[in-house]
Design a protein around this ligand. Structure first.
Ligand code: R5P
Length: 308
């Protein structure tokens, strides 16, 4: 397999390149004088299985560059293209609301029409995303990684809390993986209004120490509102455990004033270089992706090897 990796994912790239059947691909994406994008590859890809590692998250140039490189690999007769998108942008636009774009379906169609055959991602936002994608969308779960964090940071005695009912399943999977009692997961009912997030009171009980588990922190609106309620309910020590750390804007900084001691997130999104990251701990999904890829691809490599 030939791996074409975009900047920002060097750690994951290194681990994927350590897989015996993966070799590095060389490419450039640039702009002509008039600003139009172009992609150029420097390897022969005819008949090869190509891997693309990167992101389609804003700025929009990332999406266009990703699509253009895929299109180029296909034009050069790559046999198969697997996109590794650790964070799948547009995955929250998965509800068909009258008069509004269904971004998940749109982006899936774009990836397919540019030649991509399958996607590997981490903790996709919803099962609906997989239904909306016209190509296989493999989502690698982080339960075991989260369980390791919980054990290493001595959080097994904390209450796992879901910031909305969509996160209850994730919380239960993490508790199972960490060997914690499953029980009922305390959660909030959440509403997004024009004025921001509105949370109900906590449904269920939390102790003095809580871990909120979710798929992502974006602006932090969801978590700030949930932590405010938890603090008011007497929770003194709060930890946040999320897969994708987007950290958009600066509202999430308020989390520290509601008793949040630390935010744990993975490296599916490169950490913003301009933020104060003292109490943010990043852990890597590289081994998870390498394992997922080896399991998904090895049989194909073995079949090819034996028929050669
Ligand atoms: C919502 O369904 C998601 O699971 C996250 O809770 C949400 O998208 C996070 O966004 P923000 O940090 O902007 O509230």
């Amino acid at each position: 397999m030939i791996l074409f990796s975009f900047p920002g994912y060097e750690n994951i790239e290194r681990q994927l390149q350590a897989i015996p059947f993966v070799q590095a691909g060389r490419f450039a994406v640039g702009r002509f004088a008039n600003e139009e994008l172009y992609a150029r590859i420097e390897d022969k890809v005819r008949g090869e299985h190509c891997l693309m590692l990167g992101t389609i998250a804003p700025p929009d140039e990332s999406l266009l560059s990703f699509l253009l490189l895929a299109e180029t690999l296909k034009k050069e007769r790559a046999d198969k293209i697997t996109a590794v998108l650790p964070y799948l942008a547009y995955s929250r636009q998965d509800k068909d609301k009258p008069g509004e774009s269904l971004g998940t379906e749109w982006v899936g169609a774009l990836l397919k029409s540019s030649g991509i055959d399958e996607i590997i991602t981490v903790d996709v936002h919803s099962a609906r995303d997989q239904q909306l994608f016209p190509i296989p969308l493999i989502s690698l779960p982080t339960d075991n990684l989260f369980a390791d964090v919980i054990r290493r940071h001595e959080l097994v005695d904390a209450t796992i809390v879901a910031p909305d009912n969509g996160a209850i399943g994730r919380c239960e999977a993490v508790k199972r993986a960490a060997g914690m009692p499953i029980g009922e997961t305390p959660y909030f009912e959440k509403k997004r209004t024009e004025k921001g997030i509105i949370h109900s009171e906590l449904i269920g009980k939390a102790g003095a120490k809580a871990v909120i588990v979710d798929d992502m922190i974006d602006t932090g609106g969801t978590l700030v509102s949930a932590c405010e309620k938890l603090a008011a309910a007497g929770v003194r020590e709060i930890y946040i455990l999320v897969t994708h750390g987007l950290f958009t804007g600066s509202s999430w900084v308020q989390l520290w004033s509601f008793g949040v001691k630390r935010i744990f997130c993975t490296d599916t999104v490169p950490l913003r270089s301009d933020i104060e990251a003292t109490n943010i701990t990043q852990f890597s999904v590289a081994p998870l992706i390498a394992r997922g890829l080896t399991q998904a691809v090895r049989p194909l490599a073995a079949v090819r090897g034996s028929s050669a």
